[in-house]
Design a protein around this ligand. Structure first.
Ligand SMILES: Cc1cc2nc3c(=O)[nH]c(=O)nc-3n(C[C@H](O)[C@H](O)[C@H](O)COP(=O)(O)OP(=O)(O)OC[C@H]3O[C@@H](n4cnc5c(N)ncnc54)[C@H](O)[C@@H]3O)c2cc1C
Length: 305
């Protein structure tokens, strides 16, 4: 099993921002993963780091990256995948078998674990629609548990994993038979929508920065608050959609947080609405980052260790 010390994770994040992490562990099987979770009870777990802003000052602790656990099995209409598998890969594999329900996953680069944790969704589909059951490591109880869809407490961009200390090991989805042509056409439509409405990863970003407030769109509120003009240091709000921040290549984690604070402020001033971040933060905060995070993350339920 690969263990890296003082490892710069910058290149592994979709924001291309980060610093040295004291220890990064890459388990290659679920059993190895469980052993590592037992050995490092305070470790932070990440998948493909497409929703995580890593501090430029790095992280003193242990980070477990799931990206080497990528096995999956298809049996009838049921697909089970290890947590590190990338959504687009699973989406394409089930499409080839004429199974529908994961067409949304083709469009963004999260891992299955991150997607279950976040109840990721797009294009009218989300994890909760097809998730049947998952295997989790319950860190409070030090045991492996199975949870069904009804026990997942899924709602918009959240799951029970964010309320309890649950690590996703594997997840199963029950899909629907359809023609592969119909499924691939839907996937193509999703990809085309992305190309015209969202930045590609050639422009380092982490997807939507803020969650949509109930019954509203964060992007619309931000646009109407003039957020598209916001920039700071080496980063700016994307000119085509106000809920994305682009790293111009030299941005620091503080630049991103400064922009997020300006975005949150603009919407608060214009609409009296406090936007809550979707992007997660990991690492050693400098004094300014400490101040900003206290404001930005004031309403977030519980950040996983
Ligand atoms: C260009 C782009 C477009 C995007 N579009 C969308 C979209 O349309 N819809 C959407 O929902 N998201 C979107 N995202 C955001 C992101 O891809 C999703 O949130 C995805 O679910 C994150 O997966 P990840 O593996 O990258 O998570 P990470 O960034 O690695 O982690 C995110 C959170 O999940 C936790 N986590 C990761 N793995 C596990 C695990 N095995 N067990 C427990 N917790 C875990 C981490 O601790 C962290 O708190 C987009 C991102 C990008 C860059």
């Amino acid at each position: 099993m690969l263990v890296e010390e003082n490892f710069d994770v910058k290149k592994l994040t979709s924001f291309k921002i980060g610093g040295n992490v004291a220890r990064v562990i890459f388990p290659e099987s679920t059993d190895e993963f469980i052993n590592v979770l037992k050995e490092y009870p305070d470790a932070f777990v990440c998948g493909n780091m497409t929703n995580t802003l890593v501090s430029g000052d790095g992280y003193d602790g242990t980070l477990i990256l799931t990206t080497k656990m990528v096995n999956f099995e298809i049996e009838g209409t049921r697909v089970s995948a290890e947590c590190g598998l990338k959504g687009p890969k699973l989406s394409q594999a089930v499409a080839a078998k004429g199974l529908s329900g994961l067409e949304f996953m083709v469009a963004f680069p999260g891992s299955i674990g991150g997607e279950v944790f976040m109840n990721a969704g797009a294009h009218g589909q989300s994890v909760k629609d097809t998730f049947v059951e998952g295997q989790f490591y319950d860190r409070a109880a030090n045991s492996v548990i199975t949870l069904t869809n009804a026990e997942m407490d899924f709602s918009y961009r959240t799951s029970v994993c964010q309320k309890r200390d649950l690590v996703v090991l594997k997840a199963s989805f029950d899909l629907t038979n359809k023609s592969s042509e119909e499924i691939t056409a839907k996937m193509q439509e999703n990809l085309e929508f992305r190309h015209t409405h969202q930045p590609s990863l050639a422009l380092p970003n982490c997807g939507s920065v803020f969650r949509n407030p109930e019954g509203n769109s964060a992007g619309r509120l931000l646009e109407q608050s003039g957020a598209k003009n916001i920039k700071h240091g080496g980063a700016h709000v994307w000119e085509n959609h106000a809920n994305f921040i682009i790293n111009d290549g030299t941005a620091t984690s503080t630049d991103i947080l400064e922009i997020m604070l300006k975005m949150q402020d603009a919407v608060k001033k214009n609409f009296g609405v406090i936007l809550n971040p979707e992007v997660r933060y990991l690492g050693n905060k400098n004094k300014r980052e400490e101040e900003i995070c206290k404001i930005l993350y004031q309403n977030l339920i519980k950040t996983q260790k």
